[in-house]
Ligand binder design. Structure first.
Ligand code: SAM
Length: 383
């Protein structure tokens, strides 16, 4: 397909307007007869998003799709992380989208098949893969049709379903996704021994385990403490095989933390008043629900059953989260006008109410942590 947007003059215009306000640009008339301003703005927007989200695409002649497809695409950072240890002969992505996951996940496979229902999008991916010197079979159809006509087996099938309604904030159900995984899971298991599914972090892990068969592992992936995705691994497994949960916080120096889903139920936490160090798990660990497992693994004690604050006398530098050296202080020692970052967890006052009550300012490098132990309400100060 010939893209007028790639004409030299249009590309020059795009590069000259990378810093221009896109709203005002949209109001202007396009200087080119065959390229609309909307198409130009789409490319500028794409380059801006790519700068942070997929820098490997900042190359000449790469085409960017509309905003929704940019938003739905995975980031290069998470895709590269997911690609680790994946290899084989044949790879199938049933929900290719902009193909970011496919590009990285399939790099150690000999044959790559990409299915996408959106015709313009798959054309763009085809064009870009050509520029990037990567081969694949591109299939523009819905995956249900692809599956009913397919006779091949694949070493790995990857799916990153789209939300049917992006604005629906109710309970997150698998039925809300396109494709509906519940309807196709049996069919998929017949043509592969390995399925990887990317899901939103909003989904409940126990619900997932009750609905999808043969889950062997769930990875919770955060980037700088923002949980971005749940990655579900489905493989044939024996009844005895345990489900592994792995929590990773990318772009930090925190180690990954993993535990067996079933052992969390039998793991126990002990309680203690604050000791020298306070441990706050990262959001991937909090999402995993491995609250007792983390306490057992690092021999930490909890401050209270309703908060996920842990404590120990010694430093456990492998802990997946923040480690703060703390001392308990009396509220009388908080001086009017002092500056602190305020954390309030499992405490009757919100940070704003605390700031007002003690007349303290927000910011600085030290923290005041308002919380409670099994016995008392306490204030901790970092130093
Ligand atoms: C979340 S996006 C995938 C993003 C992709 N992983 C990436 O990194 O760019 C989901 C894509 O699946 C496609 N899709 C959803 N349901 C489909 C179906 N039944 N058949 C084929 N494609 C489908 C959508 O058109 C959309 O482009």
């Amino acid at each position: 397909m010939e893209y007028k947007i790639l004409d030299k003059e249009v590309q020059q215009y795009i590069n000259a307007n990378l810093q221009t306000d896109l709203h005002s640009l949209l109001l202007k008339k396009s200087p080119f007869a065959e390229v609309s301003m909307l198409e130009i703005v789409q490319q500028i927007k794409g380059k801006k998003v790519a700068l942070k989200k997929f820098p490997f695409l900042l190359k000449e002649e790469i085409i960017f799709p509309p905003n929704l497809n940019l938003e739905q695409a995975s980031s290069q950072a998470t895709a590269e992380f997911k690609a680790q240890d994946l290899q084989g002969k044949s790879f199938l992505d049933l929900t290719t989208g902009f193909g970011i996951d496919a590009y990285f996940l399939s790099q150690n496979f000999d044959e790559v098949t990409l299915v996408e229902q959106n015709p313009e999008l798959i054309e763009i991916v085809k064009h870009n893969w050509d520029i990037l010197d990567r081969n694949a079979v591109f299939s523009n159809q819905n995956l249900e049709d692809f599956l009913s006509g397919n006779k091949e087996r694949f070493d790995l099938i990857y799916l990153d379903p789209a939300r049917r309604d992006e604005h629906k904030n109710k309970k997150f159900l698998l039925e809300d996704l396109s494709p509906n995984l519940l309807q196709i899971q049996r069919q998929l298991r017949k043509i592969t021994d390995q399925i990887i599914i990317k899901l939103s972090p909003l989904i409940d892990i126990s619900y997932l385990l009750s609905e999808l068969k043969n889950i062997t592992e769930i990875q919770i992936i955060a980037v700088r403490n923002e949980v971005k995705e749940l990655l579900v691994f489905i493989k044939p497994k024996t009844l005895k095989e345990k489900i592994k949960i792995v929590c990773t916080n990318l772009e930090t120096n925190e180690s990954s933390f993993s535990f067996e889903y079933d052992t969390e139920k039998s793991a126990v936490s002990e309680y203690s008043e604050p000791l020298q160090y306070l441990y706050i798990p990262n959001n991937a660990v909090l999402k995993s629900g491995g609250f007792n497992s983390v306490s057992e693994k690092f021999t930490l004690k909890k401050l209270h059953r309703n908060s996920h604050f842990y404590t120990a006398e010694d430093l456990k530098s492998e802990f997946p989260g923040r480690i703060l050296k703390v001392e308990t202080i009396d509220s009388k020692n908080i001086k009017k006008g002092d500056q602190f970052n305020i954390i309030s967890k499992n405490y009757p006052l919100s940070p704003d109410e605390i700031k007002k009550k003690y007349k303290i300012k927000d910011g600085g490098k030290d923290y005041l942590i308002f919380t409670q132990t099994e016995k008392n309400k306490i204030i901790l100060r970092t130093f």
